[in-house]
Design a protein around this ligand. Structure first.
Ligand SMILES: Cc1cc2nc3c(=O)[nH]c(=O)nc-3n(C[C@H](O)[C@H](O)[C@H](O)COP(=O)(O)O)c2cc1C
Length: 228
């Protein structure tokens, strides 16, 4: 259950969940409440303006302030803005058309159209370090945390943002084009800007009731468990 205004919604497989009332989404005056109401905006609904240099610096600072076992900083970021973003959109378009030779040339290319239209795109790169005690798994988790902090910082500052993978995150030529090493992976592209005025009104997506995803640890009764 939640004490915030919501409606209960059934999921595809019958699981219950809820959607918050639109008016409480992205409540930004209280950090704890923000974390309970945060909501992304799909990239198709994001347009200019994006953050200015000072706002971008604050977003990136937040991205780098995450739990990171051993201070390995197993993540890095590539910013796409202005002409660089346009060039990357063109490059993605070409790459996709090479792979999809039969596609109509004027059809919008998936993901490339978002790179073209959203004012700030940030690729988050998982960049693990060889460490005798800290496995790559923990470093992946830290990278996910960096992505979420980045996303949340942007939304908390009033921007519209979305974390997407899409085909470019899994395409070997994209990784090569962006200069990734063989040990690195794209954790996602984070799109940041302003929610379009003509976007459909903000609404929630179904969230699980936390109680359905949580159990209480109960030590087993060893005597009862042991075979006679
Ligand atoms: C690693 C990762 C990759 C994602 N890739 C996509 C994607 O390619 N396309 C998409 O529509 N949503 C994608 N999502 C989902 C959205 O980021 C997000 O969950 C959805 O828009 C709802 O966001 P919210 O829970 O922040 O409101 C991805 C999420 C994660 C964590």
């Amino acid at each position: 259950m939640t004490d915030l205004p919501h409606q209960t919604v059934k999921g595809k497989h019958g699981s219950a969940g809820f959607e918050l009332a639109p008016e409480v989404l992205n409540s930004r005056n209280d950090i704890a409440l923000f974390l309970r109401t945060r909501r992304s905006t799909v990239a198709a609904d994001i347009t200019a303006p994006g953050p200015d240099d000072a706002q971008l610096a604050h977003i990136m600072e937040a991205a780098c302030r995450v739990p990171d076992h051993g201070k390995l900083t197993p993540w890095r970021f590539i910013l796409f803005q202005g002409a660089g973003r346009e060039a990357f959109a063109d490059w993605l378009t070409q790459c996709w058309r090479q792979d999809n030779a039969g596609a109509t040339t004027d059809a919008p290319v998936p993901e490339a159209n978002f790179v073209r239209n959203v004012p700030l795109v940030i690729a988050a790169i998982f960049s693990p370090v060889d460490h005798p005690r800290i496995p790559a798994w923990e470093q992946q988790l830290s990278t996910g945390a960096a992505c979420l902090n980045l996303l949340n910082a942007a939304i908390a500052m009033g921007f519209a943002a979305q974390w997407r993978s899409g085909w470019p995150a899994y395409h070997a030529q994209v990784a090569e084009h962006l200069g990734l090493g063989p040990h690195e992976r794209i954790a996602g592209f984070i799109y940041i800007g302003t929610r379009r005025a003509d976007a459909t009104p903000m609404s929630d997506r179904r969230r699980p009731f936390w109680q359905d995803r949580t159990s209480h640890y109960a030590p087993a009764d060893k005597a009862a468990e042991e075979p006679a």
